[in-house]
Design a protein around this ligand. Sequence first.
Ligand SMILES: Cc1cc2nc3c(=O)[nH]c(=O)nc-3n(C[C@H](O)[C@H](O)[C@H](O)COP(=O)(O)OP(=O)(O)OC[C@H]3O[C@@H](n4cnc5c(N)ncnc54)[C@H](O)[C@@H]3O)c2cc1C
Length: 490
Amino acid sequence: MKAIVVGSGFGGLAASALLAKDGFSVTVLEKNEGPGGRASVYSEGGYHFDMGPSWYLMPDVYERFFAEFSRKPSDFYELKRLDPSYRIHFGNGKVADISPELGKNLELFESLEPGGAEKLKEYLESAREKYDLSINELLYRDYRSILDFLSGRLILEGRKLHVFESLDKFVSKYFRSDEAKKIVEYSIGFLGGSPKNTPAFYHIMSHIDLTLGVYYPVGGMRRVASAMKEMAESYGVEFRFNEPAKRIEIENRVARGVTTAQGAYDADLVIVNADYPYSELHLIEPRYQSYDERYWESRVLAPSAIVIYLGVDRVIEPLAHHTLFLDRNWENNFDEIFDPERAGWPKSPSYYVNVPSRTDPTAAPPGCDTLFILVALAPGIEDTPVLRERFYDKIMDHLEATTGEDIRHAIRVKRIFALKDFEERYNAYKGTALGLSHTLFQTALWRPAHQSKKVENLYYSGHYTHPGIGVPMTLISSTIVAREIRNKYL
Ligand SMILES: Cc1cc2nc3c(=O)[nH]c(=O)nc-3n(C[C@H](O)[C@H](O)[C@H](O)COP(=O)(O)OP(=O)(O)OC[C@H]3O[C@@H](n4cnc5c(N)ncnc54)[C@H](O)[C@@H]3O)c2cc1C
């Protein structure tokens, strides 16, 4: 049987490899020049930038994915556990390094507030418990109806799982100091949410970064994408780059194939990895859309971003591999992203700097650094060259003042990628970088479905679907889709 996969992000790469292993003849149609989707690569002057993901988290999920093929990540790439895992500037002059060792983090928390060590222990125990439950029972399941949801332990244990409580309330029960709260809350940014609009259940993120650890795949996230492409090709998957899908051909509720500017491809199955709203609104006829424009308008979108890629001609010592600069009043910053009334370019933003060359000498020429600066923005706001440059200066003023380094004079390569680029390069709805936030009613059953409601052989995998945002999640999403297809067609 023939399957067409639209898009070669991690969701598309994973789905294509799994389907090919199951015996499907798979063709992947990708709009851009290479694999990885949001994890694209930009190289210039000897500097190599992972354009999107830079945190390799949940190594267990990657292990489990490769195990489907009787392989291991180490067959393809080397992983380094980062030390420090990351550095945080709290916005009040205080700085802390988060260690891969629990003992050191306990000491840190004790120094932040009385009893901090014990509180962190309890918090992490709760996070571990929920993480184990998620991995074993929740994340790898599909939710098609409320019954699937109820039959899980979710409702039975709803209170214990803290799905009905916001993260910020939950965290306040444990910690008092601004710094301790920020350490356990910042990671919610990975899920495209704020501590106020994300269920406390997602405190599992602290098990993920503080206990499981933060890793770096040598060669960057692009190495992981190319490993998955290699593996897919070893099962016969054909990749066609620079070939965007124009239309999914549907007759009588059955997808017959996909048309591009270059040709028409027949298919017995179509799996869409391209962003869900774009695909529904632009690739299929309105009568076959499962979700219309009104639905997408009513969703809580995850942030867009401005990403600044800088190649500098020396090492910027004060920067760790991952450094977070958190605003003193970060609630205000969340409002500027999530409150439609206040959405706009942030006045005093929190931001994140990634320096892969700190760990990987191949990322930059010798003696140089590759900097990736990311600031979250509200999706759908105005994006012009003037606004970008003004904002760039604001961030650089702050970064230079905080690190005490004159970075601007060391720049050899500079590129800015923001809202409009997300729209143009990835067909991202309103320029969102991350898709759909993880509010309670955009979780599990309430995320857009893996299978079309109107077309019987049309499936969706990737960050819009359950379980959601992040590379490991998209691998799980495709694992679910491939299993459903296997059960139905083989
Ligand atoms: C700046 C940034 C930083 C991030 N940091 C992290 C991180 O540190 N760790 C982490 O785990 N996750 C991170 N994420 C999230 C993670 O990158 C995403 O959740 C994940 O990569 C999404 O994968 P996907 O396959 O669902 O979508 P995508 O990667 O967007 O793939 C979809 C693909 O579809 C293609 N496409 C679109 N339209 C068409 C068409 N008409 N025809 C053919 N192809 C089409 C696109 O070009 C793209 O290649 C980050 C994301 C961003 C943007």
